[in-house]
Write a protein that binds this ligand. Sequence first.
Ligand SMILES: Cc1cc2nc3c(=O)[nH]c(=O)nc-3n(C[C@H](O)[C@H](O)[C@H](O)COP(=O)(O)OP(=O)(O)OC[C@H]3O[C@@H](n4cnc5c(N)ncnc54)[C@H](O)[C@@H]3O)c2cc1C
Length: 475
Amino acid sequence: MSQTINPISVTTRARTTASDASVLARLCEIVGAEHVLVDPERVEPYAQDAVKEKFPPEAVVLPRTAQEIAAILKLANEARFPVTARGGGVGYTGGAVPVEGGIVIGTDRMNEIREINADDLYVIAEPGVTTYALQQAVEAHNLFYPPDPASYKTSFLGGNIAENAGGMRSAKYGVTKHYVLGLEVVMPTGEIIRTGGKTSKNVVGFDLTGLICGSEGMLGIITEAILKLLPLPEATRTVRATFKTMREACACVTRFTRARVTPVAIEVLDRNAIRAVETEFAFGLDQNAGAILIVSVDGAVAEVEHASRVVEKALREGSGYDVMRAVTREEEDRLWDVRRALSPAMKKFGTLKLNEDVVVPRSRVPELIERVEAIGQSHKTFVVNFGHAGDGNIHVNFMCEREDKEAVRRARDAVRETFAVAIELGGTISGEHGIGYVKAPYLDMAVDTATIETMKRIKRALDPNGILNPGKMFV
Ligand SMILES: Cc1cc2nc3c(=O)[nH]c(=O)nc-3n(C[C@H](O)[C@H](O)[C@H](O)COP(=O)(O)OP(=O)(O)OC[C@H]3O[C@@H](n4cnc5c(N)ncnc54)[C@H](O)[C@@H]3O)c2cc1C
């Protein structure tokens, strides 16, 4: 293990006995020996997520059915070992890594799309389907599944639901939980439950679907999801503009609303982000610019033609320059290339990227970014800000060298100060990446004691032996 984790006191701790021969034999009986991995090189890919800190599990178990997962969880309660569910393993807060040992349940084999219903607008899928595969499958029927985390090619639906993932289209369409109609879930003690159903209206009993969405694999393992679909929009159009200041750029967001247009995506890049991509890829951007906005609209062809012209006008009236409106898919791609180039461009600014995803009411984004820039300067840390101006969710990236302990400490101090600013501006510490173990030390900055205690009471009630994903969320 590369890091010591503070023990938590939510529940009686699960003991780590997953590698006992008798436990391994029982796991092999449940899923078949070929689906229990113990060789270090086969376990290795399950030891880390996008945080890139390694916590190798004692074994990886790859079940095919909810019944198998139920049997594994009953065994885990009997023998008292921790169980951590894993989707695509591209989470940004360490949710899928077994920080307290035990086994990882990989959902890789649970990747069937069971039903696409165009009349009633839902799809039923298993948790191991990637977001991309689901989008492709429904789009073939002219249907639309809006949640689009940038990790969509590798993230799984189970991980998306457990993290309540957002994405660029959240500005118009909301986040994953807005599309979850019903779930099949294996509870931490091994019972299989069904929440919600196939209808968009359902107020029978407590909203357990809502409870499981965003529960970070701590309250149950999702084994099937019924997801809401929309008709596929006919077309998209994209407009990009450059601004001298972040304030001018962000003021355009409310101009769109006043012009009665709701863009599907409004992405912003700050000054350092522009310099980083321009230095690395020479797109011809103004290196002295304060911000770039990339705005997309979707809908019927006539509608997007009109909306994109309204957006273009609003950007120009808002002091935008170098305004470009794409009409063809190729032109659109070129406008978005600037945004896609960000991750590779940032690599030269440090081997460690502390990638935060604070969120504030969208009108406060300029103030957030100005204050984050000042925090970066006072901690001598290069900071790049970009993200979703349409919903106030900004990715704040403090860059440093992993081996430079002093620089890492300064960057971590900068993160804490950034969280304080986000909260002061009426926002919070995470818009889409969740808490996991990485942000657990900061939970009490954003949530009061009584509310945290209520969350812990729910956890204890559903998982009395502390089996499922211990070491997360609460320090
Ligand atoms: C390059 C990159 C871009 C990203 N962009 C975005 C973005 O735009 N928006 C966004 O929201 N996030 C983004 N993320 C973060 C991340 O991809 C999302 O949180 C995603 O939803 C994680 O899915 P996953 O399948 O990889 O989950 P994992 O990392 O495998 O797991 C995440 C959590 O879900 C739990 N879990 C997994 N499967 C199940 C299940 N079946 N039942 C119960 N719990 C389960 C795990 O225990 C863990 O706590 C990005 C990450 C990267 C690396």
